[in-house]
Write a new protein. Structure first.
Length: 255
């Protein structure tokens, strides 16, 4: 049986989030060679009319690296971020799963946009070219603000993404305790389109919602994330709860 886990592009926006200003320390420094590694723990529940209910408990690691970036930020000279995940899925017998994504980003008016992304595994590569750039972070939003990210496509799936900041909190993860982390919430509740449910074949979404809460430390980047997802089709349903926590050994260069 093919067990399906769907990761919408909404989930990837948060890795690219950053606050930037000339002469300031960034919450997420998009300099070539910067790298972060995270512990990943997740529980995924999939149920369908054909396959019944399946629960996966997932553990592993995720690495995020800036593989290309201009010396000076420009919307016409994109930043490319590479993300790879190496996890162990527990559903009876243990198996390994590897996946990745390249995000293509750029700056405009001191705001951070995403123009496209590329999903890739050992078996497949898919490029999502956005008809309009999505606004990953609005630099003037402050610690309590909100903005419309835009419509983020992933294959045939569409969703209107919104984001807001919710002040500052202290966060403890394996890499240490980080003071005054900016809390960022990214969400979508109107996801639609055809979705591949594995053994349930391809069917339209009836409803779907996704929410990611992230904590960003100044001069470091994303230190923790909590994902909560739910997708429902005509004959299948998928939900996921996932936590990513920064590990020691990250490498960040601001300039």
């Amino acid at each position: 049986m093919k067990t399906f886990i769907f990761v919408f592009v909404l989930l990837e926006l948060v890795y690219s989030s950053g606050v930037r200003g000339e002469g300031e320390t960034s919450y997420f420094a998009l300099r070539k060679g910067n790298m972060w590694t995270y512990n990943v723990t997740a529980k995924v529940v999939y149920s369908g009319l054909i396959s019944g209910s399946v629960t996966n408990v997932i553990t592993g690691a995720m690495q995020v690296e800036v593989v290309d970036a201009p010396k000076e930020y420009s919307a016409f000279e994109p930043v490319i971020m590479k993300r790879t995940t190496d996890t162990l899925w527990y559903e009876g017998d243990q198996r390994s799963s590897r996946s990745g994504c390249d995000d293509i980003l750029g700056w405009r008016d001191n705001n951070l946009y995403e123009f496209a992304n590329r999903w890739w595994t050992e078996f497949i590569s898919i490029t999502n070219q956005y008809s309009a750039p999505v606004l990953n972070f609005k630099s003037s939003v402050g610690s309590h603000g909100a903005w419309d990210v835009g419509v983020a496509p992933s294959g045939g799936i569409l969703g209107t993404v919104k984001a807001r900041t919710e002040g500052f909190e202290d966060v403890t993860v394996p890499a240490g305790t980080f003071k005054n982390c900016l809390k960022l919430v990214t969400m979508s509740s109107d996801i639609s389109g055809p979705l591949d449910w594995g053994d349930e074949h391809r069917m339209p979404l009836v409803s779907g919602s996704e929410r990611i809460t992230s904590w960003l430390a100044k001069g470091v980047g994303v230190v923790k994330e909590v994902w909560v997802l739910h997708h429902k089709g005509a004959g299948a349903e998928h939900s996921e709860e996932r936590v990513n926590e920064l590990k020691p050994g990250y490498s960040v260069r601001q300039k």
